[in-house]
Design a protein around this ligand. Structure first.
Ligand SMILES: [Zn+2]
Length: 91
């Protein structure tokens, strides 16, 4: 297992763990287990507007339509930003 550690930045989940978190979140947003630490440690920090993020803005929003959910694990101290926006888009 290799883990990237970028100095000066918060550690993040890798792609595989992020996917597991996303699936768990979609199944039950109130009970998302950390792939490494197990259940009961992951907190939903906030929701961000996916469109705003594309435009370089970070703005808290409600979990509707296109949004990114930010999760934080108190066990391993890592954060994950999961983009749950839908692919199809009206022009
Ligand atoms: Zn963890």
């Amino acid at each position: 297992m290799s883990e990237f550690k970028k100095p000066g930045t918060a550690p993040e989940f890798d792609t595989e763990e992020g996917l597991a978190l996303a699936l768990s979140y979609l199944e039950d947003p109130s009970d998302v287990p950390c792939p490494k630490c197990g259940p009961g440690l992951v907190e939903v920090v906030c929701f961000l507007d996916a469109h705003d993020m594309e435009n370089g803005r970070v703005q808290p929003t409600s979990p509707e339509d296109d949004y990114t959910v930010v999760l934080y694990c108190h066990g391993c101290g890592r954060a994950a930003a999961l983009d749950l926006s839908r692919e199809e888009r009206d022009a």
